[in-house]
Design a binder for this molecule. Structure first.
Ligand code: ATP
Ligand code: MG
Length: 301
């Protein structure tokens, strides 16, 4: 009797293992067939709250009377796993909005939550990595040491820092440059290092403020492609500020178009182009149609 029950138990375990394996295969095949957003959507169905929620946010610099109203009543939700671009005329508050999300500034009115937390709590939990237009690397530290600086600041042990440096150097495909110094790298490579440094903590969100703005067109396009590749592999949510309409359309799931100062969200354009995006994306009539839509929202058409 006992052995029969053991047999049943072991049969049960085998059955569970078989079902788990089938489930894992189904999940892998689903991942291959669905777009990134659709796949993530399934797992976030039970948690419909967006990753970043911006509700009626205004930001005034300076005194209430003679200060500058940079943002007025901005509301925007960013979904987990999404690539969202912010585009708008110079001075409309794009950098201000990014700094509010990253807790480098506080709103004058309204509320921001990141995975349900305040920006301050999210910063302490290291939920966001930030990349600015200039890579700001430390000339006296080699590339691996630059990348792991954030980990050194929090006192992570050396073996952990070395392992993370290797992972990140692989991610940006610059492993051979680990022992080089910033002046030995091109401007584009320096920006990739800055991106890797922002990912050192494994943040869920990457906030990028015109990271490719100072680069030539060819490098910009190449880094855009590499960023998409990295976004897929590192599974981060990206909020990306740019002045370039083609760049925003090429990279994003959605483009939030802002009005001149005081900045508001004028329109959100869904970029329903297939992924992975490539040079061939530009051959699609839909690409040109979306370009036109974003330009029209910016008042350029
Ligand atoms: N620290 C500050 N003190 C006072 N005013 C500021 C400050 N930072 C920004 N502003 C003002 O807030 C407005 C929005 O600035 P912000 O830098 O966010 O714009 P932006 O959209 O990023 O512009 P750009 O595209 O040129 O980078 C501008 O009018 C700017 O002058
Ligand atoms: Mg700016």
């Amino acid at each position: 009797m006992q052995s029969r029950s053991r047999q049943l138990q072991s049969g049960g375990k085998k059955e569970i293992a078989k079902r788990l394996s089938a489930l894992s295969r189904a999940s892998a095949s689903l991942r291959a067939r669905l777009s990134r957003r659709e796949y993530f959507g399934i797992f976030f169905l039970e948690k419909p709250s967006p990753l970043i929620e911006i509700e009626s946010v205004s930001k005034r610099y300076g005194a209430p009377r003679d200060g500058v109203l940079a943002l007025s009543d901005v509301s925007l939700s960013v979904r987990a796993g999404e690539f969202l671009s912010l585009i708008g005329p110079s001075g409309c508050g794009k950098s201000t909005l990014l700094k509010l999300i990253g807790d480098l500034l506080t709103p004058s009115a309204g509320r921001i939550t990141i995975a349900g937390k305040s920006p301050d709590a999210a910063r302490r939990a290291r939920d966001c990595g930030i990349v600015f237009q200039s890579p700001t690397l430390m000339e006296w530290r080699n590339i691996a040491q630059n990348i792991t600086l954030p980990l050194e600041i929090i006192g992570a042990p050396l073996p952990e820092r070395r392992a993370r440096a290797d992972e990140l150097l692989d991610l940006i495909r610059l492993r051979d440059f680990a022992a080089r110094y910033p002046h030995e790298l091109s401007a584009g490579m320096q920006m990739q290092v800055a991106i890797a440094r922002a990912l050192a903590y494994r943040p869920a969100i990457l906030l990028m403020d015109e990271p490719f703005g100072a680069l030539d067109e060819m490098t910009r396009e190449r880094l855009g492609r590499e960023l998409l590749d990295l976004w897929t592999r590192a599974r981060v949510t990206i909020v990306f500020v740019t002045h370039s309409v083609p760049e925003a359309v090429r990279l994003s799931d959605r483009v939030a178009v802002m009005s001149p100062r005081p900045g508001r969200i004028e329109r959100i354009v869904e970029i329903d182009l297939p992924r992975p995006r490539s040079a061939a994306t530009r051959d699609l009539p839909r690409y040109w149609e979306l370009l036109r839509q974003v330009r029209a929202a910016l008042g350029l058409e």
